[in-house]
Design a protein around this ligand. Structure first.
Ligand code: PEP
Ligand code: MG
Length: 843
């Protein structure tokens, strides 16, 4: 056979073919052939050929059949460009007909020959002729008796005898697989896995190795891999079934053997040690030469091993990291490639919480464990509600009958997803796993009363929107309430990978951390400091809140000073804790940012309580709360405006920072605190606050006789601050771009309300992405570039960074690196993702 037909290609070491013309399976088989591995003769059909076949055009069958000789016995398998996109199921035993049946009966025994033929008749009838599978209900289980029954059933259904001509059989099989691929359901399924709408399908036609028959040596089939696809642990795993073919060994499991010796049952290693040894050698060679962990699909034919296929070991993120690291440690791939092989977001899957094994589980039901990790949150029933909930910083569980692409934004916003329908490959499951979002699907024991916005547990308990549940995507459990969750175990492979990432990356990564617990987490994730400590979060504990409110309600400077005097030691302790935990790494503390009314109660009952605590009439409290309320608080008296109008608060905070600096430096590494002013829009604001902060530093130095340094910086989060960065930069050591507010103000788009219509906007293509999620590089990005350029021109030493949510988004990090930022800062859980994303940019 000439091997220069681009459509019908005998797989030889140098036949021209690529995943983009003949599919991943064909290309992989060629690689195995090049390694001189025992692959049966295989012919690959190109995407073009398969496409034409689906359109009803003829194909040169003699050309396909030529390499297989007389009376071939064949199988056909799909070969899509990316093996993950799937394809129609394999069809085996093509070529079986009455005469081959007679011949094979002599060679391998009548029973085995009948079994092959029967299997083909059934597969052909159901998948090619599209007959009702029920027609074989009455067929005997014994193949010798069953075969004639099946043949007559076929004849009865079709009024034709079963096709005998191999060329006809093969053509029909190929054509039906081609048409299945082009059908709507197959297209939707692969699109859900990321395939383009016009993804092509190749087909491979392969000589069948016989895994059954009355032979002297061992015969059977199975799969083998050298690692565990869940943990990445090096362990020979797989199944083998004597007297079988295809993927039988993976079926019911009856009679299947382990591969390696195993206390739980018999193994191939014991039953056919030679074949076992060959297989290990083949799989190890594939690993080394294909530079990837592979699952070998094999047949043992009378003692001889045939490799039918090699597929990348299916793996979760944890195993992916372990595999990439092991390949690099074995010098099969360079470290840089190991880094590039892990999608940064996939780390989420390793990093997610789990339900504490010790915690009491109030189980409502168990569904399919579709995406690992546990999440608790309030029930929401729509993607829009999930986004609204996320905008308010409230964790939610998105509960849907099933999800569809319109729900993706909601899934991004949710802590977890629970669906009534679906299985491991349903939309929610595939997308959830892709995002590392905990997900339980197919929880059909729950009654989903979506119009009434409630779900009912099998025991009758009712859960409404807003009620808290927990889903455990690792076990499939749906739990009432909020059991304790434990932080994920980060294994050595992840640590190694992250060390490599840190060696190559050229932009620093800090964490946004407000509390000692956050700071511990940040250190655990090897953040290079705290890039944003939002101090307002320190005032919400009950004892402090009351003092804070007293301060807010103070009538005279003396009263205010008294309240601040009480807050000072609390803040000092907070900062000292952070400094201690961060062990000399930079800690950037933002002075108070939110409008004061956020610290006051909104309900009347809260007003009453506050009146009691402050010994004031309720009417007085209500009046003052009202007086502090604003029409547009995000644009009102907050951030530096507060610092200018009520300077005592920033003075107290600055003093607390400096006193804590001295305290922490006495016990550990010297601390150089960073003090950051929020929501600046004018240079004069910075001058005024700088004077106060400098004065506080001077006072603390004078009182204590201790020297210390500090750095003052500004958050660039108003468009004007970005435009006037040239005025501001000479006054400060650093500028940190707060892209949450900057996005809000650049678009004039409320960060708290945009969730309501964002999915609509993205769906209609108004925005390519939610700009609060992925940096708007065109608009907000232009302001960042302008700001950086002007700041650097005015003060070349100024340190520049980003501390909005975008700091943890891989695409946004790419922008920040190009823009010349010194570091990005993001929430602790996103630090590993950011470190890996940053490393990939530097590779
Ligand atoms: C920002 O605005 O980007 C920011 C980091 O501050 P916050 O989210 O606290 O407003
Ligand atoms: Mg902000």
């Amino acid at each position: 056979m000439q091997n220069n037909d681009p459509d019908i290609t005998l797989i030889t070491p140098d036949a021209p073919m690529s995943p983009g013309t003949h599919g991943g399976r064909a290309k992989c088989l060629q690689r195995l052939v090049r390694l001189d591995l025992p692959v049966p003769v295989t012919v690959a059909l190109s995407f073009d050929a398969v496409h034409r076949l689906a359109a009803g055009e003829p194909l040169d069958m003699q050309r396909i059949l030529a390499p297989f000789g007389e009376a071939p016995l064949l199988c056909v398998r799909p070969s899509s460009e990316d093996p993950d996109w799937g394809g129609p199921g394999a069809i085996l035993n093509i070529g079986m007909n009455d005469s081959l049946y007679v011949e094979l009966s002599d060679r391998i025994g009548k029973r085995a020959a009948a079994s092959l033929y029967l299997r083909f008749v059934q597969a052909y009838s159901i998948h090619v002729a599209r007959l009702d599978p029920d027609m074989f209900d009455e067929v005997s289980d014994d193949p010798v008796t069953g075969l004639p029954e099946a043949l007559s059933a076929y004849e009865e259904e079709t009024d034709e005898s079963f096709p005998q001509e191999p060329a006809v059989q093969l053509l029909e099989v190929l054509r039906s697989m081609a048409r299945t691929w082009e059908g709507t359901s197959a297209r939707l399924l692969r699109q859900a896995k990321g395939a383009p709408a016009d993804a092509g399908l190749g087909l491979v036609v392969q000589q069948l190795a016989l895994g059954l028959g009355e032979t002297t040596g061992e015969s059977g089939s199975g799969v083998m891999q050298l690692v565990n696809g869940q943990t990445g642990e090096r362990k020979i795993t797989g199944r083998y079934l004597s007297q079988s073919q295809g993927r039988d060994a993976l079926g019911q499991g009856a009679g299947a053997l382990f591969l390696a010796r195993d206390a739980r049952g018999p193994s191939l290693e014991e039953q056919a040690p030679d074949a076992y040894a060959q297989l290990i050698a083949h799989t190890a060679l594939m690993r080394e030469k294909l530079r990837e962990e592979m699952t070998a699909e094999f047949t043992v034919e009378n003692g001889k091993v045939w490799l039918l296929d090699g597929v990348r070991v299916a793996r979760n993120a944890r195993a992916a990291v372990a595999i990439a690291v092991a390949l690099a440690e074995d010098r099969i791939i360079p470290r840089e490639e190991a880094l590039m092989r892990i999608e940064p977001r996939a780390l989420n899957e390793l990093l997610h919480r789990q339900v504490d094994p010790e915690a009491k589980r109030d189980r409502l039901t168990r569904g399919v464990a579709a995406s690992p990790g546990a999440a608790s949150g309030k029930i929401v029933f729509s993607a829009a509600d999930a986004q609204a909930s996320a905008a308010q910083g409230e964790a939610c569980i998105l509960v849907r009958r099933e999800t569809s692409p319109e729900d993706i934004r909601g899934m991004h916003a949710a802590a977890g997803v629970l669906t009534e329908r679906g299985g491991m490959t349903s939309h929610a499951a595939v997308i959830g796993r892709g995002m590392g979002l905990p997900c339980v699907v197919g929880a059909s024991d729950l009654t989903f009363q979506l119009r009434r916005k409630r779900i009912v547990a099998p025991d009758g308990r009712v859960f409404k929107a807003g009620d808290v549940i927990t889903i455990d995507g690792t076990s499939g459990d749906v739990l009432a309430g909020e059991p304790t969750l434990v932080e994920p175990a980060r294994d050595d492979a992840l640590k190694t990978l992250m060390t490599w990432a840190d060696e190559v990356r050229d932009i620093s990564v800090r964490a946004n951390a407000d509390t000692p617990a956050d700071a511990e987490m940040a250190r655990g994730f090897k953040a290079q400091g705290i890039g944003l400590c939002r101090t307002e979060h320190m005032f919400f504990e009950a004892d402090r809140l009351t003092v804070m409110r007293e301060m807010i309600f103070a009538d005279t400077p003396a009263e205010r000073a008294e309240a601040l005097e009480l807050l000072l030691p609390m803040q000092r302790a907070d900062f000292a804790d952070l400094f201690r935990i961060m062990q000399g790494q930079p800690v950037c503390i933002r002075l108070l940012d939110p409008p004061l009314h956020e610290f006051l109660p909104t309900e009347r009952s809260g007003h009453v309580q506050l009146a009691e605590a402050l010994d004031l009439p309720v009417s007085d409290v209500t009046r003052r709360v009202e007086a502090l309320s604003e029409y547009n608080p995000m644009l009102g008296m907050r951030g530096v405006r507060l610092g200018i109008v009520v300077p005592e608060i920033y003075e107290m905070q600055a003093r607390a920072i400096f006193e804590a600096t001295i305290e922490a430096s006495q016990h550990g590494a010297p601390v150089v605190p960073e003090v950051m002013i929020p929501l600046v829009s004018a240079m004069r604001e910075v001058e005024l606050v700088k004077a106060k902060v400098d004065a506080a530093a001077a006072a603390v130095r004078a009182e204590t006789g201790q020297a210390f340094d500090y750095r003052l910086g500004v958050m660039v989060e108003t468009p004007r601050a970005a435009l006037r960065a040239g005025d501001i930069a000479p006054l400060v050591s650093f500028l940190s771009f707060g892209t949450n507010d900057l996005t809000q103000m650049t678009y004039g788009l409320s960060r708290d309300d945009a969730g309501k219509f964002m999915s609509e906007y993205v769906q209609q293509g108004v925005f390519p992405e939610d700009p609060f999620h992925s940096l708007d590089t065109d608009g907000v990005g232009e302001l960042l570039n302008l700001g950086i350029e002007r700041a650097r021109a005015a003060n070349p030493d100024v340190v520049m960074s980003i501390c909005g949510e975008h700091g943890g988004n891989p695409e946004s990090i790419a922008f920040c690196r190009d823009a010349g930022f010194d570091y990005v800062s993001c929430s602790p859980f996103r630090v590993p993702v950011a470190r890996l994303a940053a490393a990939q940019l530097a590779v």
